[in-house]
Design a protein around this ligand. Structure first.
Ligand code: TYM
Length: 332
């Protein structure tokens, strides 16, 4: 079986619809066909200041949401990044292979650093993509299921894998991004020119999966569309409607073409009312299942402990090879 690896940050609390449609949904599907490794990236989370109590709670919450979304610990390896020390260890080696200028060109770093003021941003934020490189290479992943905003980090991973292999001999699998065109970028409901995100979206533009379903329905109903009246997919000229059609199509399995036909001659209001209902049907059981996992922290922690053990077995082997290749003296 080919291998996939991906990760999600625990910082936000509730996952948002972009996280789910852009990434987590694919994770669930891929566990059936791939040897799948998925993790909650708490090491990445501390690149910006975190309250320790919140971080711990949010890490469990992220794991609970992943299980609620359909990850099955019998079909995939689910773990917490800090439970596998090899991530930080390989990241150091990769840091030393990365050019300062190369790291400076990472657009997510530039955006996040600009927001905090470049002088205040941590060095951890600067090397964040390189830790992600280590995450991926440790598992010899063939594919990395993510949203569009992570493409550059996967490209960096490819570059560094090739660089390492070229310098020290074949060691790492060169991974490919696994990005579904349709859901690569889910847009803000109030401003469909920006991606839905915790940091940039206004509360009305952001669908949190754990919000009160009624509030979610309301947000869908007040989504920004356009002054035209035709319900048709046209990402360039009708980004709001197109985003709603993407969400609708992905959640129901109806194709965009089928939806266009279904809503011929109907008003935007009809589309939004139906989508609001579909969203409610989706988030209601999701919230309940998440709560069930949270109510049983012992079982949750046991799942994560077993996941970490399985992950470590793979990660330790790769790290040992990499350490040997760079010339570290074996500890006997
Ligand atoms: P994070 O936690 O920001 O987001 C998790 C996943 O959600 C996707 N995503 C979106 N997809 C479509 N539309 C959106 N509006 C949207 N917003 C978020 C992201 O692309 C991502 O796939 N650096 C990563 C975590 C990470 C990782 C890794 C990923 C750490 N190590 C190794 C893959 C492999 C991040 O911050 O994702």
């Amino acid at each position: 079986r080919p291998r996939v690896l991906s990760g999600i940050q625990p910082t936000a609390g509730s996952f948002h619809l972009g996280n789910y449609l852009g990434a987590v949904r694919q994770w669930v599907a891929l566990q059936e066909t791939h040897d799948a490794f998925y993790m909650v990236v708490d090491l990445h989370a501390i690149t910006v200041p975190q309250d320790p109590k919140d971080l711990r709670a949010n890490t469990r919450l992220a794991a609970a949401q992943l299980l609620a979304a359909g990850l099955d610990p019998d079909r995939c390896t689910l773990f917490v990044q800090s439970h596998v020390p090899e991530h930080a260890q390989l990241a150091w080696v990769m840091n030393c292979l990365t050019g300062f200028g190369e790291a400076s060109r990472m657009t997510q770093f530039k955006d996040k650093a600009a927001k905090q003021g470049t002088d205040r941003a941590s060095v951890g934020l600067f090397t964040y993509p390189i830790l992600q490189v280590a995450d991926i290479l440790l598992y010899q992943a063939n594919e990395v299921p993510v949203g569009e905003d992570q493409r550059q980090h996967v490209e960096l991973t490819r570059d560094l894998a090739e660089r390492f292999n070229g310098r020290f001999g074949p060691t790492f699998t060169v991974p490919k991004p696994y990005i579904l065109k349709e859901t690569a970028k889910i847009y803000d409901l109030q401003d469909p020119s920006i991606k839905m995100s915790k940091s940039a979206s206004t509360p009305k533009g952001l669908i949190n999966l754990l919000d009160e379903p009624k509030a979610t329905a309301k947000k869908v109903k007040s989504a920004v569309t356009d002054t035209d009246t035709v319900i048709r997919y046209d990402a360039e000229n009708k980004p709001g409607v197109s985003n709603l059609l993407t969400i609708y199509s992905t959640l129901t399995g109806e194709t965009i073409g089928e939806l266009e036909e279904k809503y011929t001659g109907k008003m935007y209001g009809a589309l939004k009312t139906d989508l609001a209902e579909i969203m409610v049907e989706f988030v209601t059981p999701f919230r309940e299942r998440t709560q069930q996992y949270l109510d049983d922290p012992e079982t949750l922690d046991a799942v994560l402990a077993k996941g970490a053990e399985k992950a470590r077995a793979v990660a330790a082997e790769t790290l040992a090879q990499a350490y040997d290749k760079v010339g570290f003296l074996p500890a006997k």
